[in-house]
Design a protein around this ligand. Structure first.
Ligand code: FUC
Length: 787
């Protein structure tokens, strides 16, 4: 088939100029060129091929494996031995001991899997012209349009959160022109039956042991073989004109004027049980969803979807200038940026795309958080299992949630996190003899709460050395409360979870030789220092700055929460006393914030993690009013540089520099993220532009917001880090802590007007440059400030 790439300007005018979209003049060749859709539970990547359309599908809970916990024998006794070694400075022996005695197979778990592919095979011949595919972010609709043999064809795809299904609508400008075959395929574990105008798919994941030829990328093992999660899907085709009938395991549609395909899927997973549950019949679930839309037309489904989608996406509008570049295809704009051109409007689109991705991967009807790839994964064994990583990645996923006015995306996180913390009480008691709960750095839908890693070394060094990862994650709930001021959420969700985290930490702290309370053994994700005695790189120590910061912010939050709720005065006093005894943040001989309690040299000075600056971002223990720490933080970032250009790390640095009020450096890093890490569909990679991870998108979006508005230091700081490149612009709908929504306009680098809308009636101080204004608004009241 010949392909005419030219796209006439007249067709561009028909496209949606007022919205924000990704658009292309050719179909996707690779997955990283396809565009994502999602409703929080179902996901699809739309390729937009002319003869072969592929919709790569996901369902959020479809994981291989089953619940597996690994409790190393005699852990508590061995922990005491290990603590003794670390406190006595015998780091090398401690690691050897830990890996040998405090690990257990299977060290890891299986992967999040793709659901299926929905394949549409069209019988076209002749030259294709006027091709265009786009993803309208404001509408949540992917559209493919092209002409063949004088007929203009149009394909629209949406995933409705209202009706919980995928809808594909095919139309043409001539009657009877639509001919195609519709099929559902999967690499394994699924059968498909075509009956009349419907396709029924039934699945049962069969995990195969390595010795029987199964795949095992984790050398420490990933859990037992067996018949695990079940799933089902159903597709119904309706046509206007023409015919539809079953042919083999596909549907054959002939001479239709219009086609509507409705698809939904379900598994037998239960988030309450954190397991599959044979009492759930996925087929029944699917039938229920499709019965509820019986008789609904495309127009009705689309209208309901648009109302909901536009309401959420439309809460924030961002204009950084340069909107005329929207007439250039997204991949070409990205290339131009990667070659050094400026495109502030592409940064604004990337910002909106991050919001779009978050609401598409973490929202009801979904009950699970956005995983390492959001919800989109085409690999039977995804990198890092596409899991929930709690030593930076899952935290990042929720940085933009409240800030960019998508607070309800946190609900799906809490649906999963709350039962996870309940499961985490057992290892706290059994492994540490402690109250409260814990989770380590990598977990999954089965609620893994014991250490994991690809092998014993990783299980110990990344996993068992970091039982504080969950406590860090819990601070996401505290921030959600700070933004929403939702007292019921505080009382019922955030406070009890944080209290459990604090109880664990309190029991786990030990006194060191200097009289400080420290976590021991301790680590700084996933960096090593040079052991001064052996000259070798090692991770284990006591009281890393990372752990000290987590302990501090969790204790402060629980003290604050308990005061607000009038609860737990005894615990509050204990936490306050412990806070006094935590090690202070230290500045090392080279002027940087010390990553470890001793002034060790980093094994990798440019390491992607910058966990010793947790106090700069996302927390606020390193603030402007402490000039020495602020300067040392800047020096730390200078020394770290952009390291290996890991996507999420470049995105984090945008946030760090925004907090340092350094708009130019923040701008450098958000550009660098797009230049070094963005793929044609604006997903970002872990290794340069490959190895997709969603966290770069989410942290990048949060970073843009932090450049425009900050509220972590007791004030609402307007335009704290505006770069020269965004001299004139506007934003509406960003949120600030204390229950505020903020709109701003600025010109030639100066704020001209801000509207502060109070939702909760809390007092606040509004800050711009050196001016500070006290605001006392009633709930629902708004005030316009002119500058
Ligand atoms: C953390 C990071 C890696 C990667 C992984 C999923 O462990 O150190 O770079 O992002 O998570």
């Amino acid at each position: 088939m010949r392909f005419n790439h030219l796209f006439p300007a007249s067709l561009f005018l028909l496209s949606n100029l007022s919205g924000v979209s990704l658009w292309y003049q050719q179909p996707a060749d690779r997955w990283e060129e396809a565009v994502p859709l999602g409703n929080g539970r179902l996901g699809a990547m739309v390729f937009g091929g002319v003869e072969q359309e592929r919709l790569q599908l996901n369902e959020e809970s479809l994981w291989a494996g089953c619940p597996v916990e690994t409790y190393p024998e005699d852990f508590q006794e061995n922990l005491q031995t290990l603590q003794g070694m670390v406190l006595a400075g015998k780091a090398a022996e401690a690691v050897e001991f830990g890996v040998a005695h405090m690990t257990k197979r299977p060290t890891s778990f299986r992967s999040y899997e793709p659901l299926a592919d929905l394949n549409l095979e069209f019988s076209h011949s002749g030259e294709v012209s006027d091709y265009r595919r786009d993803l309208d972010l404001m509408d949540g609709i992917a559209t493919v349009a092209y002409s063949v043999d004088g007929v203009r064809y149009r394909r629209e795809v949406l995933i409705s959160a209202v009706d919980d299904l995928i809808a594909v609508r095919l139309s043409a400008d001539q009657a009877g022109a639509i001919n195609l075959k519709v099929g559902l395929t999967r690499a394994k574990d699924m059968t498909v039956e075509a009956i009349g105008s419907e396709l029924q798919m039934d699945g049962q994941i069969i995990d195969i042991a390595k010795e029987d030829g199964g795949r095992e990328p984790n050398s420490g093992g990933s859990g037992p073989a067996g018949a695990h999660m079940k799933f089902a899907g159903h597709l119904a085709a309706k046509t206007v004109g023409g015919t539809v009938r079953a042919e083999g395991d596909r549907l054959l549609i002939e001479n239709a004027d219009e086609v509507l395909l409705l698809f939904t899927a379900a598994t037998d997973y239960s988030v309450e049980k954190m397991d599959f549950d044979r009492a759930i019949d996925p087929r029944t679930e699917v039938e229920g969803i499709l019965e509820a839309v019986e008789g609904k037309t495309w127009e009705r489904l689309k209208a309901a979807h648009l109302v909901k989608h536009r309401e959420m996406m439309g809460r924030v509008k961002l204009d950084l200038g340069g909107a005329e570049r929207a007439k250039i295809a997204t991949d070409k704009r990205l290339l131009a940026l990667q070659e050094g051109g400026a495109d502030p409007a592409l940064i604004a689109d990337f910002f909106q795309y991050g919001r779009y991705l978050l609401m598409s991967s973490s929202r009801r009807p979904g009950r699970l958080p956005a995983n390492l790839q959001g919800i989109w994964n085409d690999k039977m064994w995804a990198p890092w299992e596409s899991d929930y990583h709690l030593n930076i990645n899952l935290q990042m996923n929720y940085w933009p949630a409240d800030l960019t006015n998508l607070s309800e995306t946190v609900d799906s996180l809490v649906d999963w996190f709350e039962p996870l913390t309940e499961r985490g009480r057992f290892p706290a008691r059994i492994l540490y003899g402690a109250d409260g709960w814990l989770t380590y750095h990598a977990t999954n839908v089965f609620g893994r709460v014991t250490g994991s890693g690809s092998n014993e070394g990783s299980q110990f060094n990344n996993g068992f050395l970091d039982p504080l990862a969950g406590a860090w994650m819990a601070m996401t709930l505290w921030r959600h409360y700070e933004f929403t001021q939702d007292e019921v959420f505080l009382k019922e969700k955030a406070y009890p979870i944080l209290k459990g985290a604090a109880e664990f930490l309190l029991d786990y702290l030990r006194e060191d030789k200097d009289g400080y309370l420290v976590i021991v053994p301790s680590t700084s994700p996933e960096n090593k220092f040079i052991n001064p005695e052996t000259g070798k790189a090692i991770r284990i120590t006591r009281g890393s700055t990372y752990h000290n910061t987590i302990v501090r912010v969790v204790f402060e939050a629980v003290i604050d929460g308990s005061e607000k709720l009038g609860l737990d005065s005894g615990l509050r006093a204990e936490l306050a006393a412990a806070l006094e005894r935590l090690p202070p943040l230290k500045i090392g001989a080279n002027g940087t914030i010390q990553e470890w309690i001793e002034d060790f040299e980093e094994a990798e000075p440019k390491h992607r993690h910058v966990s010793h600056l947790l106090g700069l971002h996302p927390f606020a223990t390193i603030r402007e009013d402490n000039e020495a720490l602020f300067k040392a933080a800047a020096k730390t970032l200078e020394r770290r540089g952009f390291g290996g250009d890991v996507g999420w790390s470049n995105a984090w640095k945008t946030n760090f520099f925004a907090r340092l009020k350094d708009g130019e450096q923040a701008h450098f890093y958000i550009n660098r993220l797009l230049q070094k890490n963005a793929m044609p569909n604006l997903f970002t990679g872990h290794n340069g532009r490959s190895l997709f991870q969603i966290d770069g998108s989410f942290a990048g979006t949060a970073g843009v917001a932090e450049m425009l508005l900050q509220s972590h230091s007791g004030s609402i700081h307007l335009l704290p880090a505006l770069p020269e490149a965004w001299a004139t612009g506007s934003v509406t709908g960003l949120k600030a802590r204390g229950g505020f929504v903020v709109d701003m306009q600025w010109q030639d680098g100066k704020l001209t007007e801000a509207v502060i809308h109070s939702l909760a009636g809390k007092p606040s101080i509004v800050r711009y440059e050196d001016t500070r204004k006290q605001l006392d608004l009633a709930p629902g009241e708004r005030k316009t400030l002119r500058f």
